[in-house]
Ligand binder design. Sequence first.
Ligand code: ATP
Length: 480
Amino acid sequence: MAENAKSLASSALKGERVTLEARVVKVSKSELRRQLSLKLRTQESFLIASLDGDAIGEDKWQEAQLLTPESIVRIGGHIYASPGEEAISDKGVTNGHAEAVLDATHTIYVDDLIIIAKASPNLPTFRRDELFALGLEERLNNRILDVRHGASGAIFKLHSGMCQLIVEFLCSKGFHWVHTPRIITATITGDNEFFHLPYFGGDSWLAQSSQHHKQMALSMDMQRVFEIGPVFRAEVKSRASARHMTEFTVLDVGMVFQDEYHEVVSMIESMLVFVFRGLQERRQFRHLIETVKRFYPSTREFRIGLDEHGNVPRITFLEAKRILREELGFEAPDNKNFTDQEEAALGQYFRSSPKLGQTDVFTIDQFPASMRQFNSRANPDVPGLSNTWDTIVGGREICSGSERLNGYDEVRSAMRAGVCGPPLDPEADQWQPYLTAFKSGMPRHGGVGLGVNRLLQGFLGLDDVREVTLFPRDVNRLAP
Ligand code: ATP
């Protein structure tokens, strides 16, 4: 429907004939004459259609009087502009303020009407300006109407744009798009965030990430791989958290490096800058961001601040903890991971500090080994630290990455050692397919898991990850 409106707006002049499809917003009947005024909505613009009973014929006139909000109509007619007004302008639609330009002063006199779909008269009323009063849960309960109205539709078009830009960047750097299974057998005993799935009389689980299969693909000499797909975690905290769901979309990236793991960190940071700039600079996305901004009070301009070498700023885990303690007044012990509040405070600190680039994106490098997975490589020079990192976007972690161990014996020792989490038995059947990738000779490599939902949430500055998830799943929600 938006396409119709765009072509209407860019080509139509007063007196010209147009045909378009739109949804009905409101029907007003003239008391005195056989006339109806329809307020119509395309995806991002409004217009008024004036229907004359004598012009459209008796049958259509009878049908038109029964039109309900949210019905879809196809109209044909001539554009009329009020005396003294210019014809509909292109600018009106492309800058997202079509309502102001098309509303009221511009009217289409309809001589042809086809009702494409009739909507029930009992639908809940969803007005753009009242969306926030309804609350997110109510909007999610009525997701179809919610996404038709306000900025939600723009958010999901941006989600699509973001994924396109990710793929564009990675493919231009020689990455191969792989698809790995969601039904798995290798889990970590005691990790109750795995969803169990009965499997033909046996057991299986739903994947929490693609990490192990992605590593196996690197052992197949794929060199650079990525995947965008759903993962599942039985997160009890999703009951109350604004950043956790039980099903979410992850971009998993793995690559072989030449000299050291910062090659992987830099690749992911460059990808993020490419994606953010693409969203901010490409016309079609800029216009969607403007639409979101007009409706969501919490959104703000996303800042990409780079350091003097043109890179995303980086600090170490220990330096971040020091800043939290000494400059931001947190307790922030070195032996605990960042809390949500600490991440948000660091986000604010980087955003407001000219010294740190006034940026909404930065990386925290060198986490303690005890906080990362068994297959992360320890820093060979600094006991206790590891070659692992998180990138923060808009004050929230959006990805965790690490250099992975590549030697067969060292992976088996790390499993037994249980530096983080319980020791694992490398002789157990469930681990043999994974360990075969190392037994066969694994190149040096690293990778990340990046939450796509959180990436968009952080970029737009929205409060809840469910806002940017078309059909969110959490402890309380399995529908729609
Ligand atoms: P957190 O500490 O926020 O729970 P995590 O350290 O468990 O995240 P990872 O296992 O590193 O997360 O997962 C990679 C990325 O996936 C995270 O950086 C985040 O963007 C996203 N992510 C993780 N858990 C969730 C979730 N429950 N809902 C939505 N996104 C998530």
